[in-house]
Design a protein around this ligand. Structure first.
Ligand code: ADP
Ligand code: MG
Length: 390
């Protein structure tokens, strides 16, 4: 069901007995550049038209009340207990943002905040960054401060890394805050410089959810990071690179004997993926979508074989997608071991594509895949500028 501003305003008033100010943040999908953002590499996400709405109003008693309309649940605690730390609860995300802002010297009094989102949770579309950035925008309004994009994204990331305790790069928070409609964003996660790139009007981005999330996902994500970091440490020592981002395939080849076969393969994925992101940028600048599609397919193969982070269901979903006439490219997106695929499809065939993929995936796996036809959406800052604040 589509979220409306009015419904969330009403939920806030019903729950807290006072009206509030409204802020929004979208979700995101990564077109190419997977697992590159924690070694200073390149990514190319875009915001999508799912959102989290945050409605906020001040309260006098220096308490912070977080109400999630999705969960129908409230958590409340004293401002001075912001250091309470992780509770293993959804409220860690917005409370972590309040903690991160406070730690940065941004001061606010008590507040009531209502959060409501239509982002599928835990599907790899970053409902977490969406909820963080929406909450940050809302809390900042109370302290009458604004933050530049890089700072906003960095503080939200700190909430997720240090408060929630989820290891993640900067990509999600950065694009959720800073995206611009009709554009994909190529982000250099080291310098935080970015390019906004046009996607042609005659294609759609179709997200297909495999609906599986393998139990190994969390542990394996950590293992992959360890394998990558071990490989990076060898490259730093032997080749003098600052980050894996700076290494070439020749450097990696020269260090092959000094790292595990796993680290070698994971690093090869990242080095080739960074190169594919650069080529994907050129393809978009030249409106060469067939080239863009080829790069997506190569990126999928690399995620599957070198990074060993795909799974049977997602591979099936990609194979089915690539058989469809309107499909230009398809790959796994997100951390891996399940989750979603991202597909570039001719606009005129997008609906037929969705029906065929759902039918064939159900035949192959007995699972009904959720599919979403998307276009690049505005991030939270652009939404606020265009009057997203009510
Ligand atoms: P993803 O970011 O891929 O959706 P995560 O596990 O990183 O998955 O984040 C999902 C978590 O974010 C949810 O389990 C919940 O704790 C929190 N969250 C997201 N949206 C909301 C919301 N509207 N209300 C409360 N918590 C939310
Ligand atoms: Mg997340």
């Amino acid at each position: 069901m589509k979220l409306t501003d009015k419904a969330v305003q009403t939920a806030h008033e019903d729950h807290f007995g006072q009206p509030g100010k409204l802020f929004r943040a979208p979700a995101r999908v990564n077109l190419i550049g997977e697992h590159t953002d924690y070694t200073g590499g390149l990514v190319m996400p875009m915001a999508i038209d799912f959102q989290t709405i945050a409605v906020i109003s001040p309260r006098e008693d220096k308490r912070l009340a977080f109400y999630s309309h999705n969960y129908g649940e409230e958590t409340i605690f004293d401002l001075k207990s912001l250091e309470r730390g992780r509770q293993g609860h959804w409220s860690d995300y917005p409370a972590g943002v309040a903690w991160s802002l406070w730690k940065e010297g941004i001061r606010f009094g008590g507040f009531n905040i209502t959060l409501s989102g239509d982002v599928p949770l835990g599907a790899g579309l970053s409902s977490s960054a969406s909820v963080e950035v929406a909450a940050a925008m809302a809390i900042l309004s109370l302290s009458e401060s604004t933050l530049p994009l890089a700072k906003l994204a960095t503080l939200c990331r700190r909430a997720e890394n240090e408060f929630v305790g989820a290891k993640s790069g900067i990509m999600d928070q950065f694009v959720v805050a800073g995206a611009v409609a009709h554009r994909a964003m190529m982000l250099d996660t080291r310098s935080l410089e970015f390019d906004l790139l046009p996607l042609p009007d005659d294609v759609r981005v179709v997200i297909a959810n495999s609906m599986v999330r393998h139990a190994v996902a969390t542990g394996e994500y950590g293992n992959r990071r360890d394998e990558v970091e071990a490989g990076q440490a060898v490259l730093q020592q032997e080749c003098g690179v600052a980050l894996l981002r700076d290494a070439t395939l020749a450097d990696l080849g020269a260090c092959r004997d000094r790292m595990s076969p796993e680290s070698f393969a994971r690093c090869r994925h990242i080095i080739t993926e960074n190169e594919r992101v650069l080529q994907a940028r050129d393809a978009l600048l030249e409106s060469d979508m067939p080239r863009f599609g080829e790069l997506m397919v190569k990126a999928h193969t690399s995620m599957r074989d070198d990074f060993a982070a795909s799974c049977e269901e997602v591979d099936t979903l990609v194979e089915i997608a690539l058989r469809q006439s309107g499909c230009i490219g398809a790959r796994i997106t997100g951390g891996g071991f399940g989750g979603c695929t991202v597909n570039i499809v001719k606009a005129s065939e997008a609906e037929a594509f969705v029906s065929a993929v759902q039918r064939e995936y159900a035949q192959a796996t007995k699972i009904e895949a959720d599919c979403f036809i998307c276009e690049p959406a505005d991030g939270a800052l652009a939404l606020a500028k265009k009057g997203g604040v009510a």
